[in-house]
Design a protein around this ligand. Structure first.
Ligand SMILES: *Cc1c(COP(=O)(O)O)cnc(C)c1O
Length: 231
């Protein structure tokens, strides 16, 4: 079940890489386990999955505690909105944060990242479709914020993340992913050495891989439909 779905997602990534002439080793799979029980994460880990994405800080901390025995074999990524009052817990517990959308949040994470841990990997979240309701930096502000975040001592700026608005058809699905890729390219041309494009989910991972995604965030296609309440 879960094992088969995981294998099928890996197969889709593989096929998408082949179609795009890309090396599958350059596309990481982040298993999005929000609202799924710790036991499902354990099962996925036993099936060879290492990186897990969570949206809600307290739920993630509870799950990490329940899976403390796997800490060395798992990597935890925060992909949901992050409020200032939660930055300390995140800086202390996570390996990555994909949803940094303000310099102030980045500064707090850097200040609060414990000295004995490696720098926290971060991506800037970009509101690539320009939706008024969506979080994320407007594309025109990304270069300025990235330049400031890149020098924070306890963070390692890795790249950009986006959640495009839903669309139909490969072409429409690819457009926002292409825009994010060009934005990353622009930052690299300005001298930032960024290696991560966090884009693509269950329904659009092929389009994202075609446009250069290096990390797809897949929930439903691995774990099945999400329960409406955390277990
Ligand atoms: C829930 C979520 C995903 C996974 O979505 P699926 O459609 O279940 O694959 C990916 N990224 C973010 C930011 C999410 O909140």
């Amino acid at each position: 079940m879960l094992e088969e779905r995981l294998a099928s997602v890996r197969h889709r990534i593989h096929q998408a890489c082949q179609a795009a002439g890309r090396d599958p080793a350059h596309v990481n799979l982040l298993a999005v386990s929000k609202l799924q029980p710790a036991q499902a994460v354990r099962q996925a880990q036993e099936a060879g999955q290492q990186a897990f994405g969570e949206n809600y800080v307290q739920e993630a901390l509870d799950k990490m505690a329940a899976l403390a025995d796997l800490r060395g074999a798992t990597e935890w990524h925060l992909i949901g909105p992050l409020q200032s009052n939660k930055t300390r817990a995140v800086a202390e517990a996570f390996d990555w944060v994909h949803s940094v959308d303000r310099l102030k949040i980045a500064q707090r994470l850097s200040d609060q990242r414990p000295a004995q841990l490696p720098p926290l990997n971060v991506c800037l979240q970009v509101n690539i479709s320009g939706e008024a309701s969506k979080s994320g930096l407007p594309p025109e502000e990304v270069a300025q914020v990235a330049t400031a975040v890149a020098v924070l001592p306890r963070l390692r700026l890795r790249g950009l993340m986006s959640i495009p608005e839903p669309a139909q058809g490969l072409h429409a699905l690819q457009a926002p992913h292409r825009a994010l890729r060009l934005l990353l390219q622009d930052l690299n041309q300005r001298g930032l050495a960024l290696d991560t494009l966090s884009m693509g989910m269950s329904d659009d991972l092929e389009a994202a891989v075609a446009e250069g995604s290096t990390m797809v965030r897949v929930g439903t296609a691995i774990f099945g439909a999400r329960p409406t309440h955390a277990a």
